[in-house]
Ligand binder design. Structure first.
Ligand SMILES: Cc1cc2nc3c(=O)[nH]c(=O)nc-3n(C[C@H](O)[C@H](O)[C@H](O)COP(=O)(O)OP(=O)(O)OC[C@H]3O[C@@H](n4cnc5c(N)ncnc54)[C@H](O)[C@@H]3O)c2cc1C
Length: 499
């Protein structure tokens, strides 16, 4: 008897559902919507370890937290977005709350339920999950036919902070934006923010007016797209009193087409795109500012995520002298601040480490298949959503260069279609498997570092499933292609094995 079967026999508390959704972030709430609307016959539950829904947008509560892509595409395809394209974290939470309420999803979501382990049994074709309930510390058991993994891609409890020499000697607080203390008082303090990504670019304009001094310290520059936080097409359509459902769809199509064109140009004419992006920054900072040192990355555009900066707010603060930028490396921390490799020092009362995430592959859940621990690094991914040797499971991993939710919706449609196909066949189990023609395929990293290489992926790429060199066995990162390919996936292809 395997572990899962043994657990089933000793407990009388197991609760069974057809589908168990892991996580109530934007992907999990979307999954619940798709299940309820497209598969009303399936029983399902969403288990969320936090006290409420939102995922990323609940975890991150630092000053000014906001999206870095537009909400027409980061919002669901089924609920119009009517606010400004770049949205505050709270506005995104409100939007998700409305989705839950309007679709009566609340009864299907259990908060304060952390999944500890998931064991697949081929004898029963069931997943058995051990779940820690926060309110009483009790370990519950759930069984499910299918796991819909919406746990995101990073550890929510702790952000990534490099281990710099002398950190313990610094006399003030060292704060990571992911775990921002509610009572952090930075008024009239000297603050150094370490980082160069969207989070740092959000913190600077939102803190600058309050701090005595604010310095952004980066090792290397990042590309940004500064621009007005409005969508002219949406505004025109609203003026014409077009229905919001139409506006949502039309504006999404426009944005997706524009982004597809932009991505194509970053590959085919990177220098021209680089010139345009830097021109946008210079327009705020003026010709005398050293854009070459501080805002000109060494890599071609789009190899790391490019954040949209509403109204160019970080550049406005720098131009107004409210914030400074330093491009240098940290030698070590000192009791008073940071000593840089150039020999300069930055004195600080508070240091903020906007230095990124710790990758989390599948929610830090201990997975096993028929009693054997599962190493996801050994599996091969089917289109970045299913994995060889892992039955009845799908993972929602969105796009880096387009809004995450575009893919969450595509996968939602795919999974519901798969369920109907399985029911029609009388299948209890589906697994992806390499076909004879795939066996000699090279095993490649989850994502090609030449294509896209953010730090959290580079640090832990070995933990992620492998890819192949055929479209079926890759996460293409290309919504433009997948929007047509996903609905047409042949569910009777030999890559799908039913039982
Ligand atoms: C500050 C910030 C801004 C961002 N802005 C954008 C943007 O503008 N556009 C964009 O496309 N992307 C953006 N991203 C990326 C963003 O994380 C994703 O787009 C998206 O929010 C991920 O949603 P998710 O539901 O898949 O995962 P998450 O938001 O990470 O939610 C996962 C949920 O699963 C829960 N969970 C995890 N493990 C378990 C477990 N074992 N048991 C129970 N529950 C569990 C977590 O508690 C969490 O609530 C941003 C990220 C950050 C940090």
């Amino acid at each position: 008897m395997d572990d899962a079967a043994a657990l089933m026999t000793v407990t009388t508390r197991a609760e069974h559902v057809d589908v168990l959704v892991v996580g109530a972030g934007i992907s999990g709430v979307g999954g619940a919507y798709h299940l309820k609307t497209q598969c009303p016959d399936k029983s399902f539950v969403v288990l969320e370890s936090k006290e409420s829904f939102g995922g990323t947008w609940r975890t991150h509560a630092y000053p000014g937290v906001r999206s870095d892509s537009d909400l027409y595409t980061f919002g669901y395809r089924f609920k119009p977005w009517i606010g400004p394209p770049i949205a505050a974290g709270q506005a995104i939470l409100d939007y998700m709350g409305e989705v839950i309420e309007e679709n009566e999803l609340g009864g299907n979501i259990r908060y304060g339920h952390k999944i500890l382990s998931a064991a697949w049994s081929s004898a029963t074709n069931l997943w058995t999950l051990k779940v820690l309930r926060a309110e009483d510390g009790e370990t519950l058991v759930f069984t499910a036919n299918f796991l819909w993994m919406c746990q995101g891609y990073y550890q929510h409890d702790k952000g990534y902070t490099p281990d710099w020499e002398g950190m313990e000697t610094f006399q003030g607080p060292i704060v990571h934006p992911q775990t921002w203390p509610k009572d952090l008082d930075y008024k009239d303090k000297r603050v150094v923010i370490i980082g160069s990504g969207a989070t740092a670019a959000t913190l600077v304009p939102n803190m600058a007016d309050d701090c005595a001094e604010l310095t952004l310290l980066q090792r290397s520059p990042t590309y940004f797209i500064p621009g007005g936080n409005r969508n002219e097409l949406a505004d025109s359509l609203r003026e014409l009193k077009i229905d919001e459902t139409w506006i949502h769809e039309i504006v999404r199509r426009r944005i997706v087409l524009d982004q597809h064109e932009f991505t194509r140009r970053t590959f085919e004419e990177p220098e021209a795109v680089r010139g345009e992006l830097l021109g946008g920054v210079r327009a705020f900072l003026g010709e005398d500012f050293d854009v070459d040192t501080h805002f000109t990355p060494a890599y071609r555009p789009w190899r790391q995520r490019i954040a949209f900066v509403p109204e160019g707010d970080i550049f406005q603060k720098i131009a107004a002298g409210k914030a400074a930028i330093v491009t240098d490396e940290i030698e070590r921390f000192t009791p008073q601040g940071i000593l840089l490799k150039s020999g300069k020092t930055l004195e600080a009362d508070i240091i903020v480490t906007a230095t990124g995430f710790n990758l989390s592959v599948l929610g830090e859940i201990a997975f096993s298949i028929d009693g054997a621990p599962l190493d996801f690094g050994e599996t091969v991914t089917y289109r970045g959503m299913m994995f060889t040797g892992v039955p009845n499971m799908v993972w929602v991993f969105g796009y880096f260069r387009a809004s995450w939710t575009l893919r969450a919706d595509l996968i939602g449609d795919f999974v519901c279609r798969l369920f109907k196909h399985m029911d029609a066949k009388g299948a209890k189990r589906v697994e992806v498997a390499l076909r004879p023609e795939d066996h000699n395929m090279p095993r490649l990293p989850w994502i090609d570092p030449e294509n896209f290489n953010p730090g959290y992926l580079m640090r832990d790429m070995h933990l992620l499933p492998k890819a192949g060199d055929k479209p079926e066995w890759r996460h293409s990162q290309d919504y433009w292609n997948e929007k047509d390919v996903f609905p047409a996936i042949d569910l009777d292809d030999r890559a799908f094995v039913y039982g």
